[in-house]
Design a protein around this ligand. Structure first.
Ligand SMILES: [Zn+2]
Length: 346
């Protein structure tokens, strides 16, 4: 076995920028493991990388895919604590570990921070090599496909709501765009945190699914003025926290939906990166904007503990073989999905 099938991004551009190719099987360094990938979920990041990076350069050609679940197949010489045959998930961030931010426990703002599947080859292939330090056990109750749907959305939603947003029991939380992966996990985490949870989405079908995940009120942003609805159901008060990974199209409304002293926690901007801001509302109402970027290993481990206990569940829209990677990108760009699109590599 010297070559493997991989979905390789050859340039930035349309769907045909990705091609299935035979490439060399990667070899683990002393502190790495090689994983036989069994499933790899897609993220909006995969689409964004294909179109071209917002920050910095992407090394091409690149095997994408940061949401990796599989079986350890080879160990580097210095790896301990893991065995060939272990079923594992991969924490997708690579950080320096020694800068001031890493040392104070905030690796998501490490200036050296890189992402598996963006800056180094990821899991849209039969095999991937990752540092052993990035491994976590696959939750035993889940299949490979189910588990692959978790890492990026779990760490991101946990970091937004709990680590950065400090959501507390009894607070009101609003989760935007309930069909997205981060939002569909965010609804569940916010409920587990003891919050009253509202969500926005685009259709009655998605609203029903958001309700099933735990959202207590769901507003259709195509048909309703959701800011007015949020203010109405909170007696004019507004919500304590908005989880917003939509971006420029929603920030103005998110700020209006906040209670005095409320927190807007953004992570993502696929609808745009700018909007007109009236800054008076920020200081008059003492609003806080708390940026959140990915999540830590501990964020992911905490979320997976709730998964293992049965309190959080992956939300999967579609499972496709690696040969249908282009269809996966199409589904994400069409925006009709609810939950994750997962590539299975049996
Ligand atoms: Zn660092």
């Amino acid at each position: 076995m010297t070559t493997m099938t991989a979905a390789v991004l050859q340039r930035h551009g349309d769907l045909d920028a990705i091609a299935l190719q035979q490439v060399p099987v990667p070899q683990p360094g002393p502190r790495d493991v090689r994983i036989r990938v069994r499933a790899c979920a897609l993220n909006w990041l995969d689409v964004a990388i294909r179109h071209g990076p917002k920050f910095g350069a992407i090394p091409l050609p690149l095997i994408g895919g940061g949401d990796i679940c599989g079986v350890i197949e080879a160990l580097g010489s210095e790896v301990s604590g893991w065995q060939v045959g272990d079923e594992v998930l991969v924490y997708p961030l690579l950080t320096c570990g020694v800068c001031e931010f890493c040392r104070r426990g905030e690796p998501t703002i490490c200036p050296q921070h890189r992402i598996i599947g963006e800056h180094v080859n990821g899991g849209l292939a039969e095999y991937v090599v990752v540092p052993a330090a990035n491994l976590l056990p696959k939750p035993a109750r889940l299949s490979f496909v189910e588990a692959a749907a978790l890492p990026v959305v779990c760490m991101t939603a946990w970091h937004m709501l709990i680590t950065v947003g400090q959501l507390r029991v009894g607070e009101y939380a609003l989760i935007l765009g309930a069909g997205g992966g981060v939002a569909s996990i965010g609804i569940q985490i916010a409920r587990q945190a003891g919050a009253h949870v509202f969500a926005t989405t685009s259709s009655p079908e998605k609203a029903a699914r958001a309700t099933a995940l735990g959202a207590q009120q769901v507003f259709n942003y195509r048909e309703q003025d959701w800011v007015q609805e949020v203010l109405a159901v909170t007696g004019g008060r507004g919500v304590d926290l908005v989880q917003d990974n939509v971006g420029g199209a929603t920030w103005a409304q998110s700020l209006r939906a906040l209670a005095r002293g409320g927190r807007l926690v953004p992570c993502g901007s696929h609808s745009g990166t700018t909007f007109a801001l009236d800054i008076t509302q920020i200081y008059h109402r003492q609003l806080r904007i708390l940026g959140s970027n990915g999540g830590t290993y501990q964020d992911l481990a905490a979320a997976l503990a709730l998964v293992e206990a049965g309190h959080l569940s992956p939300v999967i829209d579609t499972v496709l073989p690696l040969s249908e990677i282009h269809q996966g990108h199409r589904l994400l760009e069409a925006g009709q999905h609810f939950g994750k699109v997962v590539i299975e590599i049996p």
